[in-house]
Design a protein around this ligand. Structure first.
Ligand code: ZN
Length: 249
């Protein structure tokens, strides 16, 4: 049973993908912001060169941790045929390098949790185990009926985004940051990716939701991209996984 009712200020992070430099930068930034609780929406491993180190930090620092598709695949809970060739070779590399302790941890992670007035899930509230994406208003419209709380925080696409539905059932994208959460609206919010941003901004993404002031804000923080790239190139991971970090794609 999880009890977080008294907590007020949440840092929400997702898609770390074994990128230790990005995770350390994000944690340092979160520490400056007086956050009570860190929530992790999954994909702690996969793609990056430091999966075990990231698992160790997340299990110590985050109070609630969900599974992503890249957490389930290297431990055999998800078929690798689902993935593109780069992802697949990263999953195979990760599977070869995870410690037993990391495997034991990842295997227990849940897919979706309702917390203090909001829901968290890696991919979609509708059938989270299918790992679909919410990229458009149409995708979001299908998913609003699939959770009961006011806000659903997601990851998975690595692109920060907020879509809301009005009292008249109109669906809209919000570009506001910070974003004031209005009582009459419901929201699906993607917090972006710590370790492999794909919105052409290479800086690590994380978010803070303050449920006392009802303000959500997405933050970006730089990290030692060249160091992560150097480590990727020392492994058998695909070169593309190093290149994409500098481009944020
Ligand atoms: Zn991911």
């Amino acid at each position: 049973m999880i009890n977080l009712i008294i907590r007020l200020k949440y840092a929400i992070i997702s898609d770390i993908h074994g990128n230790l430099e990005a995770l350390e930068s994000v944690i340092a930034e979160i520490e400056k912001k007086g956050v009570d609780t860190i929530l992790c929406l999954g994909d702690v491993v996969g793609y990056g060169p430091n999966p075990n180190e990231c698992v160790d930090i997340i299990r110590k620092r985050a109070e609630v941790i969900l599974a992503g598709n890249h957490d389930y695949a290297p431990i055999g809970k998800l078929d690798v045929s689902y993935f593109n060739p780069w992802a697949r070779s990263a999953i195979e590399w990760t599977a070869d390098h995870l410690t037993q302790s990391s495997v034991d941890f990842l295997i227990e992670l849940p897919l979706k949790i309702d917390l203090d007035g909001f829901t968290i899930v890696h991919a979609t509230p509708q059938n989270p185990e299918e790992w679909n994406y919410i990229n458009t208003i149409g995708d979001a419209a299908l998913n609003f009926p699939e959770f009961n709380s006011q806000i659903c925080f997601i990851g998975h696409s690595h692109v920060p985004m907020a879509i809301y539905v009005t009292e008249n059932n109109e669906h809209r994208v919000s570009k506001k940051n910070p974003l004031k959460i209005k009582k009459s609206r419901r929201y699906i919010i993607n917090v972006g990716s710590v370790g492999q941003p794909r919105d052409l901004n290479p800086k690590a993404s994380f978010s803070i939701y303050d449920n006392k002031t009802n303000v959500y804000e997405n933050f970006r923080v730089g990290y030692a991209v060249a160091e992560t790239q150097r480590k990727i190139r020392e492994t058998q991971l695909p070169e593309f996984l190093a290149e994409r970090l500098a481009a944020g794609q």
